[in-house]
Design a protein around this ligand. Structure first.
Ligand code: UD1
Length: 433
């Protein structure tokens, strides 16, 4: 049964919210976990759809997956009986391609369905393939599958032509059990790269330099048991920071690493919000209409593309004209037409959005075009006058755990209801007035 959010805007968010584990780190870590034949325990996992699909894929190839509780899993990869990840999983979540690097590294053989295009643009995997080939794997693409196999994997010097999170993680996975030394130059430096490397090292891998311009890996014979806690989700935190400022609220966002949020904090301060940093929390507040700025998405430590829709939304209600340049993905403005239904004035030319801030948004029926844009539309609805519905929230649930519950606890008028469930909608409208 398809569900949607119904939201009445106008309430400033106030109170405290606790951020969950980083989805994108957890995806790499779960794939890495199957590389050991001993039991690995991972906690601070977010309970979101993408993670659950990857766990199903891991179970499907024969590994033992023991969900201890919503946020903790035990994995044992000694029982893996198949090296084929079929399209059922890849179609639901691209990052199941991390199993290609993990299985290739461990068994020198793997087949994974080729990921298709996606809602934010074409997403090539040439850099992943280049890395595997450099390590000595033979890659064949046929019948929609990528087949990777090797007699042995041998460490090499690999220069990435494009800074890619996925390729960096996949190559690290394959290289940790290769013979000798691998050097990855021009890798991605995102916090989740560092987290995946720390987790691999906790299993006995030898990776140095994750988070810097050069990653050095010395292959080891095998990986062992480990207990590991995933880092907090930078993008979930950033999304709540924007929602707090957009609604002119005051929110303490807990369980974060403030350093990972600097690009977002800096922009919020620039447009007039207040951001206070604590050891493991940030507090964001605003008490007036915010201003305008320029944003260019860049690999970390630049402004994250995964925060572009949320940031553009707050700028669309600010004073003055803002310019947003999307440098990572080619089709990441699909939410602009939806925001226009709420009154936003945004013109997109190529990869640039020119945003003329408007003083009011009005509630409308909108549809989430992808994960982060979906969160941006919810933020817009929290500010808009009157009622909005956001449908296709399936996308939002891929990456945000209990999004509506966390917003409700901060005072938002939001409810998840079945699409066309008029009775629940009426009840909500009566309740919030
Ligand atoms: C990851 C994140 C995603 C985020 C993105 C950029 C996960 C599961 N997803 O996606 O949320 O938006 O990083 O921060 O962690 N590219 C190539 N060839 C390749 C690989 C990538 O040309 O082989 C290009 C892509 O088209 C894109 C850029 O490199 O323009 C960055 O992509 P990449 O960092 O690989 O993104 P993902 O790992 O897919």
């Amino acid at each position: 049964m398809e569900q949607q959010y119904i939201i009445k805007g106008g309430r400033p968010l106030a109170g405290e919210v606790t951020i969950g584990g980083a989805k994108n780190a957890a995806l790499g870590i779960l794939a890495a976990a199957i590389m050991s034949d001993e039991t690995v325990t991972i906690d601070n996992l977010p309970d979101v759809r993408d993670i659950n699909v990857l766990l199903n894929a891991i179970e499907d190839i024969g590994a033992i997956v023991d969900r201890v509780d919503r946020h903790t899993v035990r994995i044992n990869g000694s029982t893996i009986s198949s090296l084929v990840i079929n399209s059922e999983f890849i179609n639901k979540i691209r990052a199941s391609y991390y199993l290609l690097g993990a299985l290739l590294g461990k068994y020198k053989d793997a087949q994974v369905a080729l990921p298709g295009g996606c809602d934010i643009g074409s997403r090539p995997i040439d850099q992943h393939i280049k890395g595997f080939e450099a390590l000595g794997a033979k890659i064949v693409i046929e019948h929609g599958m990528i087949k990777a196999s090797a007699q042995s994997l041998v460490g090499r010097h690999i220069y990435l032509d494009v800074v890619s999170v996925g390729a960096t993680i996949n190559i690290m996975l394959a290289a940790v059990l290769a013979e000798g030394k691998t050097i990855i130059e021009n890798p991605a430096k995102e916090p989740h790269i560092v987290d995946v490397a720390n987790f691999l090292n906790s299993m006995g891998a030898n990776i140095k330099g994750a988070g810097t311009d050069v990653i050095r890996i010395v292959g080891v014979e095998k990986l062992s048991a480990s207990e590991y806690s995933v880092i907090p989700d930078q993008i979930e935190a950033g999304t709540f920071m924007i929602a707090a400022a957009a609604t002119k609220g005051d929110v303490l966002i807990k369980n974060v690493i403030p350093k990972h949020l600097e690009a977002i904090s800096a922009k919020l301060i620039e447009i007039g919000a207040e951001v206070y940093e604590f050891d493991e929390a940030v507090r964001v507040s605003a008490n007036r209409r915010l201003g305008h700025t320029q944003i260019k998405t860049q690999p970390y430590p630049g402004f994250p593309t995964d925060m572009q829709p949320q940031m553009a939304t707050i700028l669309a209600m600010g004073q003055g004209t803002s310019i947003v340049t999307e440098n990572i993905f080619e089709n990441r403005y699909k939410y602009v037409d939806e925001l226009a239904r709420m009154g936003a004035s945004i013109k997109v030319e190529g990869n640039v959005a020119i945003i003329d801030g408007v003083s009011r948004f009005t509630g409308a029926a909108v549809s989430a075009p992808d994960l982060r844009a979906g969160a941006a539309l919810v933020t817009a609805a929290l500010v808009a006058e009157g009622f909005s519905t956001v449908d296709q929230i399936y996308y939002i649930e891929r990456g945000y755990e209990n999004f509506e519950g966390k917003l409700k606890a901060l005072g938002a008028d939001i409810e998840k209801v079945a699409v066309d469930d008029e009775k629940s909608m009426q009840k909500f409208k009566l309740r919030v007035g």
